[in-house]
Design a protein around this ligand. Structure first.
Ligand SMILES: O=C(O)CCC(=O)C(=O)O
Length: 254
C-alpha cells in the first residue's frame, strides 16, 4: 500500500523474460518502474553533491567513475561501490531471475554482481558517439536513467567496418527505468545518443520498447523535449587487480 510520500511505485517482473524487448536481437530487457521518484531524487542528490574532483568534464557532458577509473582495463581493488550506488539498485537487480534456470543477470559473471558504475550527465543537445563497450567488462550493461527521457540508438557496422550512421533500432529510456543489454547486442552492435534537444519520430513503429514504456501516451505527439538526463551504467569489470592494496592511495578518488 503506497504511503502518502510514495509518489510512484516499483514494478518488478517475476522474471526478465516478461520484459524482454522482443523487437531486438538477443538480448535486451526494459523495466519502466525500476526505482521510485523518491529513490530517483535521493540518487540525484548524491550525484550532485559528489566532490567536484569526481567529475570529469568532457566536451559536451560530464562523467563520474565509481569506485575508480580502470587502469589497463582492470579495476584497482581499493574501495567497494558506495552504499548509495548499491541500494536499492544492485540488490533489486540481483533479485530478478532471468528465467527458471538463471537466478539473475549477473549469475555467471566473474564477481556475481556489478563492481563498477559510470555516471553520465547529458544536458539537452548532448549525446555520446556510437561505440562498443569493449573487452574490460562482462557483456552485460544495466542502465538506470534519471531526470529525463531520451533515445539510445543501436547501430551496425557496414561491411567495410565503418559505422552505419543510420540506427537500426531506437530504445526510449524513461526516468527511473532500467535497460539491460547483453549478448549479441553487447558484442555486435554499437550504441550511441544523438546530440539533439528533441527526440522526434517516436511511435510504436520506430521505438523498439514502445509496448514496455510506462506512459507511451506521453509521447503520442511523436516528440519529446529533453531535460538534463543522468544515467548510471552498472557493469562487472572482469579483471580486479590487488595492486590497490599496496598502491591504493594513488588510485583513490575523493
Ligand atoms: O548513458 C547511456 O545510456 C549510455 C552510456 C554509454 O554508452 C556508456 O556508458 O558506454
Amino acid at each position: 500500500m503506497p504511503t502518502p510520500t510514495d509518489s510512484s511505485a516499483v514494478h518488478l517482473p517475476a522474471s526478465l523474460e516478461e520484459n524482454k524487448i522482443v523487437a531486438l536481437p538477443s538480448c535486451a530487457y526494459y523495466i519502466s518502474d525500476f526505482i521510485t521518484e523518491e529513490e530517483e531524487h535521493a540518487i540525484l542528490r548524491k550525484v550532485e553533491t559528489a566532490p567536484k574532483a569526481r567529475w570529469r568534464q568532457l566536451t559536451h557532458r560530464r562523467l563520474q567513475t565509481w569506485p575508480s577509473d580502470l587502469v589497463k582495463n582492470a579495476l584497482i581493488d581499493s574501495q567497494p561501490l558506495p552504499d548509495w550506488l548499491q541500494q536499492p539498485i544492485i540488490s533489486r537487480l540481483l533479485s530478478i531471475p532471468v528465467s527458471d534456470s538463471e537466478p539473475n543477470i549477473f549469475a555467471s559473471s566473474p564477481h556475481g554482481r556489478p563492481n563498477h558504475v559510470l555516471i553520465n550527465e547529458y544536458p539537452p543537445s548532448s549525446g555520446i558517439m556510437p561505440h562498443k563497450d569493449g573487452s574490460a567488462y562482462f557483456p552485460v550493461v544495466c542502465t538506470v536513467s534519471l531526470g529525463s527521457s531520451l533515445c539510445l540508438n543501436l547501430h551496425r557496422s557496414k561491411e567495410d567496418g565503418t559505422l552505419d550512421p543510420e540506427p537500426v533500432w531506437r530504445i526510449l529510456q524513461e526516468p527511473r527505468s532500467l535497460l539491460i543489454t547483453t549478448g549479441d547486442l553487447y558484442t555486435d552492435y554499437l550504441h550511441g545518443i544523438d546530440p539533439i534537444s528533441v527526440d522526434v519520430n517516436l511511435s510504436e513503429e520506430t521505438i523498439a520498447n514502445w509496448t514496455l514504456l510506462r506512459s507511451p501516451s506521453q509521447f503520442e505527439d511523436g516528440q519529446h523535449e529533453r531535460q538534463t538526463r543522468i544515467s548510471l551504467t552498472y557493469r562487472d569489470v572482469l579483471k580486479v587487480s590487488k595492486l590497490g592494496g599496496k598502491l591504493g592511495p594513488l588510485f583513490k578518488r575523493p
